[in-house]
Write a protein that binds this ligand. Structure first.
Ligand code: SAM
Ligand code: SF4
Length: 459
């Protein structure tokens, strides 16, 4: 019987990938995607636990969903409500205690068991909690990936983390570091390309720690080996990867940025802080100097590489001087984009019980100063594109009617007027303006008899 499933995704790109895979798992049971929770027979919240705010959102969304469930129950319909993802893993049965209308709770490593969980929830009227922790099991048991990701696709190759940064919940919610075997990743990539993907973003909490069994010659494949093999797939034109840890930026990975044209000139390499003292307290296990050295080596092999990072301000014990070290690191590196966060105390992590918590006002003020600096850099980077012609992959509607949105090689959002033949293609675009978060441009056509265009027609 045909049923509707609505999944709301919070947080990182790995969750976006997991959502796609949950739809794949549920499709054989007759569930197709719903546009909203009001239209759904089942709702899954695929949650994020990384910061307090992400957590709170889940409970406020659950409040709204409860009203819809009550309405449906009153009119004799049924609605299953599930909380999956990292909040599910971290809070488990507590969620059902706090919100008894939730029927199922599961973690990021258990969603391959959704069919069994649904059967149990229907039979027992809720109360299902599944917090298994074996990524090997999950990837072995997931069905083949569907063709539904379009021209730009996500592919999880690595999960979990053994680094235990003192502020982070990931090792507790996603489990130990695990790399999918090389052959499985290659098969999934070919399937995505057959389904129309021109760009693949390789995903992992520490994707550059990738070490997949069964690489060329039976060796363990590192991320550079994987990129090298993926680049041989006809039809795949762009490769990206995220998120990386500085300690796993190996020599061959840096080198391939200079030698492989399909590897896009953009790297998100979080450093979190520019202060050695704070990096030590964060248990990052490297100093700022290592980061500078990596950036220098990357720029030697690919001078135009666009860089991005994550920063946490107001980590416990962070002094004004420590914060200035971060500002100086940002000035020295020069970023194309930055994600910055106020430190958030996460239950169960060592930094959460540190007595030297930084007052909220100080965090707020530091975040504002940091963001003002990175916004200057971001605008300068985007404006430096004006007048240049860039290759843009168009994959979605823009904000306004008649607009298309795509990504430049440097990961900038580029808006153009919609025209035939642009969607799903990589097209030359002349950039006309640069803003804080986007560019606008025009597709310059050469002559084209079919459409009467006066530019290089993309159709
Ligand atoms: N593995 C990546 C690395 O090592 O840099 C980071 C992945 S983490 C899922 C994404 C980002 O969330 C981190 O880079 C960090 O900036 C931020 N983050 C994690 N825990 C946080 C916390 N307790 N408070 C504020 N930001 C946090
Ligand atoms: Fe979290 Fe990244 Fe540190 Fe792992 S390396 S604990 S994912 S911040």
């Amino acid at each position: 019987m045909s049923k509707k499933l609505y999944i709301k995704t919070y947080g990182c790109q790995m969750n976006v990938y997991d959502t796609v895979r949950m739809h794949d798992v549920m499709a054989p049971l007759g569930y197709s995607a719903a546009e909203s929770y009001e239209d759904a027979d089942m709702v899954i919240l695929n949650t994020c636990h990384i910061r307090e705010k992400a957590d709170e959102k889940v409970y406020s969304d659950l409040g709204r969903i409860r009203k819809e469930k009550d309405r449906k129950t009153a009119s004799g319909e049924k609605m299953l409500v599930a909380v999956g993802g990292c909040v599910g893993q971290a809070e488990g049965a507590e969620i059902i205690k706090r919100a008894p209308y939730v029927d199922m709770v599961f973690g990021p490593q258990s969603y391959h068991q959704l069919p069994e969980m649904v059967t149990k929830a229907i039979r027992d009227n809720g109360g299902v909690v599944e917090l298994d922790f074996a990524p090997v099991d999950k990837f072995d048991k997931l069905p083949e990936v569907s063709n539904s990701q379009g021209v730009s696709a996500f592919l999880s190759v690595q999960e979990g983390c053994d680094k235990f940064c003192s502020f982070c919940v990931v090792p507790y919610t996603r489990g130990v570091e695990y790399s999918r075997p090389f052959a499985t990743v290659m098969t999934e990539a070919r399937k995505l390309v057959d389904g129309g993907a021109k760009e693949i973003m390789l995903l992992g909490q520490n994707v550059n720690a990738y070490h997949g069994e069964g690489g060329q010659g039976g060796k363990i494949a590192g991320l550079a080996d994987l990129i090298d093999a993926l680049a041989q797939i006809n039809g795949l034109e762009r490769i990206r990867y995220t998120t990386s840890h500085p300690r796993d930026m190996s020599y061959d990975l840096i080198a391939i940025h200079g030698s492989e044209a399909k590897l896009m000139p953009y790297l998100h390499l979080p450093v979190q802080s520019g202060s050695d003292e704070i990096l030590k307290k964060m248990n990052r296990k490297h100093k700022a100097e290592l980061y500078f050295d990596i950036i220098d080596r990357l720029r030697k092999v690919r001078h135009d590489i666009a860089l991005s990072s994550d920063f946490i301000v107001g980590f416990p014990g962070e002094t004004d001087e420590n914060f200035e070290d971060t500002m100086n690191l940002i000035r020295r590196v020069g970023y194309a984009s930055v994600y910055s966060f106020k430190y958030s105390q996460r239950p169960g992590t060592p930094a959460a019980v540190d007595e030297n918590q930084v007052p909220e006002m100080v965090k707020q003020e530091r975040l504002a100063r940091l963001q003002a600096l990175v916004h200057e850099q971001q605008i300068a980077f985007n404006q430096s594109a004006v007048g240049k012609t860039m290759k843009v992959l168009f994959d979605r509607d823009g904000k306004h009617d008649g607009q298309l949105l795509g990504k430049s090689e440097y990961m900038q959002s580029v808006y153009v007027k919609e025209a035939p033949g642009l969607r799903g293609n990589i097209v030359d675009v002349k950039i006309t303006a640069g803003f804080l978060n986007s560019l606008t441009g025009e597709v310059s056509y050469l002559s084209c008899e079919r459409h009467g265009c006066t530019g290089s027609c993309a159709a």
